[in-house]
Every structure is written in structure tokens, then in C-alpha cells.
Design a protein around this ligand. Sequence first.
Ligand SMILES: CC(C)(COP(=O)(O)OP(=O)(O)OC[C@H]1O[C@@H](n2cnc3c(N)ncnc32)[C@H](O)[C@@H]1OP(=O)(O)O)[C@@H](O)C(=O)NCCC(=O)NCCS
Length: 184
Amino acid sequence: MNRWEFDGPLHTERLELRLMTPDDVAAVHSWMSDPDVVRYQLYEPRSLEVVTEKVAEYGQARVLADKGDYVQPAIVLDGEVIGAVYFTIASADDETGEIGWVLRREHWGRGYAREAAARMLDVAFDEVGLHRVYAELDPRNEASVALCRRLGMRHEAHFVEHMWFKGEWADTGIYGILAREWRA
Ligand SMILES: CC(C)(COP(=O)(O)OP(=O)(O)OC[C@H]1O[C@@H](n2cnc3c(N)ncnc32)[C@H](O)[C@@H]1OP(=O)(O)O)[C@@H](O)C(=O)NCCC(=O)NCCS
């Protein structure tokens, strides 16, 4: 794999993906504090104070080279931040990345997550040179499962009561795609 740096906005037909800045705190807070949006995320709704710290961290994360490196660009529609894509190097040795996504609730159902994730997968396979990308999700998260399928990701695993999550045992689903499958 290659060392890759987020050194300018990425564009799709309708969207821009760019690193977050402190000006994005209010927009990010609007989804990170929304119980419906964070239902299947690992965190509980977040305060403005916590979101301010997180956005500062996300804005600094720009290199993908080693295990644990991540980027979390904002998804921008007509100048408005509507969500984010998360991408991290899960294993440099195995050239594997993990992808995640979130949109503000009022922007669900228009294909924006698919469009942003597809651009990130282009980067992952064509520029970072990864072999495989996976997504890990709660199988009850139907919108996220459907998005994996629309991206051509394969259902590879279902772990039963795999984690203690928000007061109950929850299952985990794994969806994956290889570079050659993405290109096809
Ligand atoms: C997961 C999540 C990002 C999916 O968002 P989404 O808007 O459903 O996904 P997409 O952007 O791919 O949009 C697909 C929908 O847009 C519709 N659509 C409308 N116009 C479209 C277009 N031009 N292109 C593609 N799809 C379009 C599709 O038909 C589909 O709707 P449907 O599900 O009713 O069939 C969103 O539900 C979310 O933010 N959830 C909370 C955060 C979360 O749980 N993240 C995942 C943690 S693992």
C-alpha cells in the first residue's frame, strides 16, 4: 500500500469531501447529538463541548499509511455539511481498510452516502492501493446494511451477541469488498 495524504477536497457528481474545520462544529453536533442518528454508533449523543474536541481531532487526521491512521472528511452539499465518511487502516500488512458513514437525518434517502462512500473506495483501492475494505455494523441497522449491498459489499460474517452495546448484547455484521471486485 502507499502512503496517502488528504491534500485537497475530493469531488463527486453532487458532493465535496473535505477535512473538517472548527466552523463545522455546529453541523457535526446536529447529528452527533441526534439519538436516531447515533442509535447504532458506538457512542451516546454528544455535547457541543465533546463535538468541538472531536472536530479538532478529525481535522488533523489526514494521512493513511499505518494501522490506525484514519480520515474523517465532511460530506458537503452545496456548501452545507450533511455528514461524514470515516476511513481507517485496519491492517497495513494485509492492506485492509475499514469504512463507515453518517448523514444528518434530513439528508437520508437521496443516495448521498453511497456517492461519498464510492469516492472513498476509489481512493482506498486506486490511490492507497488497498486489497480489501470492510464495514462493521449492527445488523439491525437496515439503512447501513442496504448501503453496503448497494456498494457491492459481500456479507462475510455475522457474530452473535458479539458485543455489549448500549445496555444489551448485540450482534455484529461484517461486509467486505476486494479491490478487483470494486474495479469490476
Ligand atoms: C447509514 C446511512 C448513512 C445511510 O443513508 P442513506 O441515505 O439511506 O443511504 P444512501 O445515501 O445510499 O441513499 C440510499 C437511498 O436513497 C435513495 N436515492 C434517492 N436518490 C438517489 C440517487 N440519486 N442515487 C442513489 N440513491 C438514491 C435510494 O433509493 C435509497 O432509498 P431507500 O433506502 O428508501 O431505497 C444513514 O442511514 C445514517 O446516517 N444512519 C445513521 C448513522 C449510522 O448508523 N451509520 C452507520 C454505522 S455502521
